[in-house]
Design a protein around this ligand. Sequence first.
Ligand code: 9MR
Length: 341
Amino acid sequence: MYRLLLGTALIFRFGRASPTSAPDSGEISLRDLAEPRFFGAAANTTFLFHDQNYTRLAETQFSIFTPENEMKWENIEPFPNVFNFTAADEIVRFSEFSHAKVRGHNFMWGNQLPPWVNDSLSATELDRVLKNHIDKIMNHYRGKLYAWDVINELISDTPNATFKDIIWTRKFGEEAMPKALVYARQADPQPRLYINDYGIEGINGKSNTLFEVVKSFKEDGILLDGIGFQCHLTLGQVPPDLQENLQRFADLDLDVAITELDINLRGPANDTALAQQAKDYEEIVNACVAVKRCVSVTVWGVSDDHSWIPHGEVLPWDGEKRPKPAFFAIAEAFGESTSSG
Ligand code: 9MR
């Protein structure tokens, strides 16, 4: 009740959402059922405070948020040493009001870089630029963030290479990841530092590559706290060894997290497809709750109308913010797990 009132107060305070009657999810709150884990969403300021039903779901259903785009380099440091924290701050403030955590996203990625971060910078200049970027942002959010995706999507998709060929690896080679991790740890020892990637959900060539990289970091004393498994998956294709894979990373003394979950129907949203989608969501949540070090499950968006995949019908709430079978499947998976670690 408190949270509902708070949500209404927030909407009133920011004054931008239009009051409509919200389809609700009954008495079920996934954030409550997920405890002691976190249930999260990618939050997007284009909708937060602008779509009342979105804000209400955000406020009542989630205990952790990842800014979908607001902390990416092109948005947060669009020009050299010129930082724009406005949008990212809105999400951090909203999270504080609703007692939710924040995962920062991200520092080192090949996409969504501003034009001035390009190959014409020397390795020395890029090094200075990276350090300054991490320092300024971590200072700004000191004490406020739970975790950071320090590194996003650097592992190669092909077996003949360890890393993707992007600006960071072109300039720094295999020092790219350690550099970012060390700078982040130096800037603020508090937040959990993660490597986040896609296609590493099952035991496969790519996750094996990451596993070896992470093992060598551990041996070299490079501090890393967790691995984010994005889980942008296609209907019916949850890897059967997801849990085993999460566990082998956890066994390296790392937290693991499902960070960007959605299930793309790639076809019509009929009852059969929605039932399979629910099964897929349930399997993923089950895998997380079976692994002690799995700290959170985050879906990439809130409802189908605001997903990064248009018409993909990928999320637990439909375009009208009505709970889909996937929502109830998640509730069941978390609900049944309350006794497990
Ligand atoms: O959801 C994000 C979308 O709004 C952006 O246009 C897109 C641009 O690259 O990035 C999306 O988020 C990505 C995330 O940051 C990293 N993993 C893949 C996500 C989906 O593309």
